[in-house]
Structure formats: structure tokens, C-alpha cells
Ligand binder design. Structure first.
Ligand code: MSP
Length: 525
């Protein structure tokens, strides 16, 4: 049997100092859609997510809640696993950096870097931001508004407070990787997307790279450095390694590593591109391992125009959103409202607009009108078409062409564009139904009515099959209503070869996308 095409996609692993919010749900959702799309398109997919449990930030949060870090991370990590259930994420694995397999992978990578003379012992004296778990140069800092206060009075470009750190540290020879990295970006133009992020990264690397401090001695919540009990590994070296832990590193011969590495895509937010597109490929190249194929950086969400932050108290809880609007509308909204890669604003008004407009009016009504007409006028079975007219052929051709168009967009992580493409057929089908007016054909031209309704059911079948990665529950129900068997819902079943069979009995149709009718719906429309 030929080996199936493989696809390995990862989310960042989430810090467990916080409960999951919309930002986390967004990153994992994008990966989930991609993973589902690829599976339906015939790929053998590995989809990884997990939690980042070491480092000063997590240790501090544990202390603040009066818990041991181990017990704290067990509890907080569970929240992220629960999110997969609420959002119907289909990750195949969930990695925790406190797991034995991960500690083994980190220590093996460290040893390999050390053996290759990529790591040396020195002393770090400089600025560190615990919130970002990142080192900063003096030249990057600005004075904090409001003067010194309790801290050093200096802040990083991200707004995080910095502290002065002076301690023995191992360093990674990052400076030696400047040229190889620039060559790698040049040779792999699709490595960092979108293009603006790629330009930023290239400018940063061209600006010069200094060796990177990769161990700490002033606290203990981390992976011990092999052979030096005073040091723990820098949390980002530890965290990035998760991507190879999950494919069985240090075993590289055979097994999952051989099957899935290099990863096809690391999905990240724009704030952590540098770690993924500079440090990570440098660590890997230095260890003579292959870098991933792509890092895609998506934008950030604001809430009704405001930056989302704990201190502003405006964090959006994804589970609360789902309870209010339904899961599939939320999944649809997050990927449709904003060009993927750009920043976006969440507002109740925009959410209800999409739900009541795109979903209830456009797609929901289309399915409901067609299926209830079939139910009432065709004996509750798929009608038999007669000869096809030009307009029938045109709608079918548009439906058949959807896969190629959506696939091209999804392969560039342009999820909004894939949905726009899908909606061209939703709109074309609505235009067709209005022009053909099958309800007027019933009496005098029943055969023509059957043809029109048949063409529409086929168009809906295509929309439902291709919509599954985005809105799995609703599209699944649409396919149930078309009596499409479970094993005929993959992309291989698109096109005329697997067309609905006339005479197939259909269940009684039910609405798929109810309008949002909360008391506050009016204000939103
Ligand atoms: N632990 C690191 C990642 C290590 S990966 C080897 C981390 N964790 S995080 O929990 O702080 O952030 C995880 C992701 O959530 C990031 O990709 C970040 O961009 C994303 N988001 C956090 N807030 C966000 C928004 N308001 N909007 C969109 N995404 C945001 O960084």
C-alpha cells in the first residue's frame, strides 16, 4: 500500500499561569480546521497541542495560589484539555513539559548541542522580563510610564516589566547562526508567513544576533541541565523542544520522528514569532536536525476595540461564547471575520451579524428551503433530475470547483478566503433558487422542479462536505439530512462520481442555524 501523505501541525504550548481565553482557543481552532481539512483530503495527520509548565512565570503563579508548582500545573493544564472538549478540537496528542518523555527529549537535545560545541558556560548580566520569559538588550527598553514604582522603572517593547539578572549561565552560540538563518529564509520563502512577519524577522536577524542565555540558576522550576545540577534550562529551549518530544525524539530512526518530522506547520501568535522563526531553527540546525517547514503568525484579538487583559477584566472566555452563540457560529466567526494573519476585534454586533446573516440567512435558509421542498414535493426522497440546462451545469460546476479553490487557500492558512470561496457557491445557489423558483414549477413542470431541486441538493452536499472542518456539527447534520453515509463524507467523494442517488429516502429536515434571538439581538443588527 502506498504511504499516505503526512501532515504535522502544532499549536504553541500554553502557559498554565492563566486559564484558557479567546487567544488560546483561536490558535488551536485554526490548527483544528487545518487538521480536519487535511484528514478529509486524505492525509495522515498529527495535530499536537499542550501546556508549557516550567519557568519563573508559572512558578510565581503557583506560589501566589499557595500551591506546589507540580500540583498547580496539574490542575491548570487540565483546563486546556477541557477546552478541546468544549471546542471539539481533534488534537491527536497533548504534551506537557513536565512529562518524563519531554524531560528526556530536552536533555538529549542539550547533550547533543553541548557535544557539538554549540553551548558554553559564561555569566549573564542583563535584563529579563518574566512575563515574556525573554531577555532584552538595554537599547530595547523604555522608561515605564509613572516612574519607578516598585520595579526597575524600565519596560520591554512588549510592555512587560524587566528585572536585572546577573548569574552564571550557559550560552547558545546563536551569533554563529546569523548567516545560515538568512540563507535558510532565502531558500525557503514560505518558511515564515505572512510576508510582513517574514520581513520583520529577516530585519531582526540582519541586525545581528548575540549568543543566547539558555540556562538559569536563580530558581529551580525547570528541566535540569545534564551534568550541572546548579542549572535549569531556559524555558523557551525547554518549550520549543515539545514539538520533537511528541514525535519520539531522541529516537529519530523510524517511528513518528521519521514519519512526521519536520513539522509542516507551527501555528503561533505574532508575539512569539522570533522564538519560533529564529531561535528554534537555529537550535535545530546546530543539532543537525531539520527545521520545520513553516511558521505562521496570526494576529491578536481585541474585545470591543480594547486590548484584552486580565487587569482590564475583559478577557473573553471561549466556553461562555459557545454557550451564548453556539459552537459552530463561534468557530465560523473567528475564522471568517478577520483575514487570518491580521488583528481582529471581537464585538457582539459583528458576531450576531455573521450568525444571522451568513449562517442563518444564507446557508441555513438555503438548506432549509431546498430540503423542505424536497420533503413536501418529492416524496421525501432525492428527486431524479431530467436533462440539465446551462444554469444547472453552471451551479454544479461551481460546486465541483470548490475543493481546488478552498484547498489553495487553506494551504496558505487563508481561512477567511476559503470561507469566502465557499460563500460564492452559497450565494450562487440562493440566486439560482430565486431565478428558477422551483415552487412555481411544481404544477406544470414537475420534471423541471425535480431537476432544479436535485442540482440544489448536490450543491448543498458539496457545501456541507467542505464546511465540515470549520463547522463540524452543523455540516454533519446537513449531511445527515441528505442521508450521506459517514464513509462518503471525505473530499474524495466530492464531484459527480459520488453524486446523491435519486430515490434515496431523506429524513425530515430541521433548521441547522437558528437565528440569534437574544434580547440584545436588535442592538446588534
Ligand atoms: N508558552 C508560550 C508558547 C511556547 S510554544 C513553544 C506562550 N504561551 S501563551 O499561553 O502566553 O500564548 C499562547 C498563544 O496565545 C500565543 O500564540 C499568543 O499569540 C496567543 N494569544 C494570547 N493572547 C491573544 C489574543 N488576544 N489574540 C490572539 N492570540 C493571542 O506564549
Amino acid at each position: 500500500m502506498p504511504v499516505r501523505k503526512r501532515f504535522y501541525v502544532t499549536t504553541p504550548i500554553y502557559y498554565v499561569n492563566d486559564v484558557p481565553h479567546i487567544g488560546h482557543a483561536y490558535t488551536t481552532l485554526a490548527c483544528d480546521v487545518l487538521a480536519r481539512f487535511k484528514r478529509l483530503d486524505g492525509y495522515d495527520v498529527k495535530f499536537l497541542t499542550g501546556t508549557d509548565e516550567h519557568g519563573q512565570k508559572v512558578e510565581k503563579s503557583a506560589r501566589q495560589s499557595g500551591m506546589e508548582p507540580g500540583a498547580f500545573t496539574d490542575r491548570m493544564s487540565q483546563n486546556f484539555r477541557d477546552l478541546s472538549g468544549s471546542m471539539q478540537f481533534t488534537n491527536d496528542d497533548f504534551v506537557r513539559t513536565t512529562e518524563e518523555r519531554h524531560i528526556r527529549a530536552c536533555q538529549a537535545l542539550w547533550t547533543r548541542l553541548k557535544e557539538r560545541d554549540q553551548i558554553y558556560l559564561g555569566t549573564y548580566a542583563g535584563w529579563y522580563a518574566v512575563r515574556d520569559e525573554a531577555f532584552y538588550a538595554e537599547s530595547e527598553l523604555t522608561d515605564a510610564p509613572g516612574g519607578k514604582g516598585e520595579g526597575t522603572g524600565k519596560i520591554a517593547p512588549t510592555g512587560a516589566e524587566v528585572e536585572w539578572v546577573e548569574e552564571p549561565s550557559y550560552f547558545f552560540r546563536l551569533s554563529a547562526w546569523q548567516e545560515p538563518l538568512l540563507r535558510f529564509y532565502e531558500d525557503n520563502p514560505g518558511f515564515i508567513l505572512p510576508r510582513t512577519r517574514r520581513n520583520e524577522v529577516i530585519a531582526f536577524v540582519k541586525g545581528g544576533l548575540r549568543d543566547l542565555s539558555v540556562s538559569r540558576t536563580s530558581f529551580t522550576w525547570g528541566v535540569p541541565v545534564p551534568g550541572d545540577a546548579d542549572h535549569i534550562m531556559y524555558v523557551w529551549l525547554d518549550a520549543l523542544t515539545n514539538y520533537i518530544t511528541a514525535v519520539g525524539y531522541p529516537q529519530t530512526e523510524g517511528g513518528e520522528y521519521a514519519a512526521y518530522w519536520p513539522a509542516d506547520l507551527h501555528m503561533v501568535g505574532k508575539d512569539i514569532v522570533r522564538f519560533h522563526a529564529v531561535f528554534w531553527p537555529a537550535f535545530l540546525m546546530a543539532a543537525d536536525l531539520e527545521p520545520p517547514k513553516r511558521v505562521f503568525a496570526h494576529g491578536w484579538w481585541t474585545n470591543e476595540g480594547q486590548k484584552i487583559s486580565k487587569s482590564l477584566g475583559n478577557i473573553i472566555d471561549p466556553v461562555a461564547l459557545v454557550e451564548r452563540y453556539g459552537l459552530d457560529p463561534v468557530r465560523y466567526f473567528l475564522l471568517r471575520e478577520v483575514p487570518f494573519g491580521s488583528d481582529g476585534d471581537f464585538s457582539h454586533r459583528a458576531m450576531v451579524g455573521r450568525l444571522n446573516g451568513d449562517l442563518a440567512n444564507d446557508l441555513g435558509n438555503l438548506a432549509q428551503r431546498v430540503l423542505s421542498m424536497v420533503n413536501r414535493n418529492c416524496g421525501g426522497a432525492v428527486p431524479a433530475p431530467g436533462a440539465l440546462a446551462g444554469e444547472d451545469e453552471a451551479l454544479l460546476a461551481a460546486a465541483h470547483g470548490l475543493l481546488a479553490g478552498m484547498r489553495a487557500s487553506v494551504d496558505q492558512q487563508a481561512f477567511h478566503e476559503a470561507l469566502e470561496t465557499m460563500w460564492t457557491v452559497v450565494r450562487a445557489a440562493n440566486g439560482y433558487i430565486d431565478r428558477q423558483a422551483p415552487w412555481t414549477l411544481r404544477k406544470n413542470e414537475p420534471e423541471r422542479m425535480n431537476t432544479v431541486l436535485y442540482v440544489l441538493t448536490e450543491a448543498i452536499r458539496h457545501l456541507a462536505v467542505l464546511g465540515q472542518p470549520f463547522m463540524p456539527g452543523s455540516c454533519g447534520r446537513m449531511l445527515d439530512q441528505l442521508a450521506v453515509p459517514e464513509d462518503a463524507r471525505t473530499f474524495a467523494c466530492l464531484g459527480p462520481g459520488h453524486a446523491l442517488k435519486p430515490g434515496t429516502a431523506l429524513p425530515k429536515p430541521e433548521g441547522i442555524f437558528p437565528r440569534y434571538a437574544g434580547a440584545d439581538a436588535e442592538a446588534a443588527s
